[in-house]
Write a protein that binds this ligand. Structure first.
Ligand SMILES: Cc1cc2nc3c(=O)[nH]c(=O)nc-3n(C[C@H](O)[C@H](O)[C@H](O)COP(=O)(O)OP(=O)(O)OC[C@H]3O[C@@H](n4cnc5c(N)ncnc54)[C@H](O)[C@@H]3O)c2cc1C
Length: 432
C-alpha cells in the first residue's frame, strides 16, 4: 500500500506505521511507534499531515454523526467526517457550513486543526469561530472537553496542526439557508489598481468574495483578473435542476502538463470568460468547490508534484507587496494556474497558530522544477517577510523556520500544549 500523502505530493515520506481508527472510544493505540500524528483526508499541501517516523493515525473511519439538531443547526460529528458528508446531511434540512475551504473533501478534524477559511472570512471568520466544543484524546489516556472559554486547550487545538492530540468529535454551529443555490455575480478587472476598489465594494455588499488573477500578465495588465461574489439565494418559486459532472485525471503524466504555453492559453481563456455583473443563480457545488469536479487534478503537475504558496500580507503593506509578488512571478515566467486573491477580515483569530489575520491572502501553485522553483519561492519569502506577512502551514512543504516563527509569534507559548507523543514533519522542520 502507498503511504498516505498530501495533496501536492510533496514531500514523499513514509512513516514506520499507519493505523486506521474506527472507534472514537477506543483510546490511542498503545504499542505503535511514536511519534503519532492524525491524518485526515490528506488535502493539505505539504507536511503538516505527514510524519517520517512513527505512526500516522488515519481518521477517515471516525465518520459518524453523533447528534444533529435540525431546529437550531447544531451538529456533533466524529472528526473524520468529510465536509461533503456534512453537507449531504444538512443542506436538505436547510443548513450550510458556516465557513468552507475550496474543497469539500477535507475532514472536520482537518478543518479544525488548520483552522481553515473560506470566501466569507471578512464577515464570518474562520472555521474555529463556529466550533462550540471539541473533544481531544491525549496520549496519557485523558480525554479533554474543550470549549472556546476554557484555559487554552481550545485555542491551542484550533489551528494547532494536529499537535495537541487526536480530535475525536466536534460540535459545529451551522448557517441557515433556504435552498442549495446562490445568487452570484462576477466582474472583470484590467489590473491590480482596478482590483482594490472593486474588491472593497464587493466585500461591503457580499458575504462571499474571491478573485482569480492572471499572474502571467505584465505591464499595464499586471494583476488583471476576475472577481467572483455570492450570497445564499432567497426562497425561489422554482429551482433549476443541478447535475454534478465529474471528471478524473486517469493517470500520472511523466512530466507536468502545466508549462508556460498551457498556462498562457488557460489564463487568456479564463480571463475572457463571460462575466455576470448583474448577477445570476448558481448551485453551491461549482461555486464553492470547482476543483472537486476533477478527481485527482493534482496529477496534472506530474510525478514530481507541485508547491502551493499561500501568504497573508497585513493591510498597510498589502497593495505594494502583492504587486511585488506578482512582478517576481511574472519575471520568472513561472505563472500559476490557480492564483487566488482574497481579503481576510478583522475577527480575532480563535487559535494560537491560526493563519487568518487582517490582510490580503494570495495563493499560487507552481510545478516542482527543483532548484529553479526553490529560488523563486525564496524570492517570494523575502517580499512576504519584509511586508510583515506570514505563510500558511496547511499549504507549505518548505518555508524556512525563521519565517514560521516570525509569522506565528505564539509558537513558543503554544508548545506547552503539544502532546509529548505527537509530532509532524512540518513541526520538526520549523522549530528547534
Ligand atoms: C482544492 C483545495 C482547496 C483548498 N482550499 C482551501 C481554502 O480555501 N481555505 C483553506 O483554509 N484551506 C484550503 N485547502 C486546504 C485544506 O482545507 C486543509 O489543508 C485541510 O486541513 C485539509 O483537511 P484534511 O482532512 O484533508 O486534513 P489533512 O490534510 O489530512 O491534515 C491536516 C492537519 O489536520 C490534522 N488533523 C486531521 N485530522 C485530525 C484529527 N482528527 N485530530 C487532530 N488533528 C487532525 C493533521 O494532523 C494535519 O496537521 C484546500 C485544499 C484543497 C486540496
Amino acid at each position: 500500500m502507498n503511504a498516505p500523502g498530501s495533496w501536492n505530493r510533496l514531500p514523499r515520506v513514509t512513516p514506520d506505521a499507519t493505523h486506521a481508527l474506527t472507534q472514537r472510544h477506543a483510546g490511542l493505540p498503545a504499542r505503535l511507534p511514536r511519534p503519532l500524528l492524525a491524518h485526515g483526508n490528506g488535502r493539505s499541501y505539504g507536511d503538516v499531515c505527514l510524519t517520517e517516523r512513527g505512526t500516522l493515525l488515519l481518521t477517515r473511519g471516525l465518520d459518524r454523526f453523533i447528534e444533529f439538531d435540525a431546529e437550531r443547526g447544531l451538529l456533533r460529528c466524529e472528526a473524520g467526517t468529510t465536509l461533503a458528508e456534512v453537507l449531504a446531511l444538512t443542506v436538505p434540512c436547510g443548513w450550510f457550513l458556516p465557513c468552507t475551504p475550496g474543497t469539500r473533501l477535507a475532514t472536520v478534524g482537518g478543518a479544525v486543526a488548520n483552522d481553515v477559511h473560506g470566501k466569507n472570512h471578512h464577515v464570518a471568520g474562520s472555521f474555529g469561530h463556529h466550533v462550540h466544543a471539541l473533544t481531544l484524546a491525549r496520549s496519557d489516556g485523558s480525554v479533554l472537553h474543550c470549549r472556546p472559554d476554557d484555559d487554552g486547550w481550545f485555542a491551542a487545538t484550533v489551528g494547532g496542526l494536529g499537535l495537541t492530540g487526536l480530535i475525536l468529535e466536534v460540535q459545529l454551529a451551522l448557517l441557515p439557508i433556504h435552498n442549495p443555490w446562490l445568487h452570484t455575480a462576477s466582474w472583470r478587472f484590467g489590473n491590480l489598481d482596478a482590483f482594490w476598489p472593486l474588491s472593497r465594494q464587493a466585500e461591503a455588499d457580499w458575504p462571499y468574495t474571491v478573485a482569480w488573477i492572471d499572474c502571467l500578465a505584465r505591464g499595464r495588465a499586471r494583476g488583471r483578473g476576475l472577481l467572483m461574489a455570492g450570497r445564499h439565494a432567497a426562497p425561489q418559486p422554482r429551482l433549476p435542476q443541478f447535475h454534478e459532472r465529474r471528471r478524473r485525471i486517469p493517470f500520472d503524466p511523466p512530466f507536468s502538463l502545466v508549462n508556460g504555453l498551457s498556462l498562457r492559453a488557460f489564463n487568456a481563456l479564463y480571463y475572457r470568460q463571460p462575466t455576470h455583473p448583474g448577477g445570476t443563480l448558481g448551485h453551491y457545488v461549482p461555486f464553492f468547490y470547482p476543483l472537486d469536479a476533477i478527481q485527482r487534478w493534482n496529477r496534472i503537475y506530474g510525478r514530481r508534484g507541485f508547491y502551493q504558496y499561500q501568504c497573508v500580507i497585513p493591510p498597510e503593506s498589502a497593495e505594494d507587496a502583492i504587486a511585488a509578488l506578482l512582478d517576481a512571478v511574472a519575471r520568472r515566467g513561472d505563472g500559476s494556474f490557480l492564483a487566488v486573491l482574497k481579503t481576510l477580515g478583522h475577527a480575532p483569530a480563535p487559535g494560537m497558530l491560526s493563519f487568518c489575520r487582517p490582510g490580503t491572502t494570495l495563493a499560487l501553485d507552481f510545478p516542482n522544477r527543483g532548484r529553479d522553483t526553490q529560488r523563486l519561492l525564496a524570492d517570494l519569502d523575502a517580499i512576504v517577510s519584509a511586508a510583515g506577512g506570514a505563510l500558511y502551514p496547511a499549504k507549505d512543504a518548505r518555508m524556512p523556520a525563521h519565517l514560521f516563527q516570525s509569522g506565528f509569534p505564539e509558537w513558543e507559548a503554544f508548545s506547552r500544549f503539544i502532546d509529548p507523543d505527537f509530532s509532524s514533519r512540518f513541526w520538526q522542520r520549523v522549530t528547534p
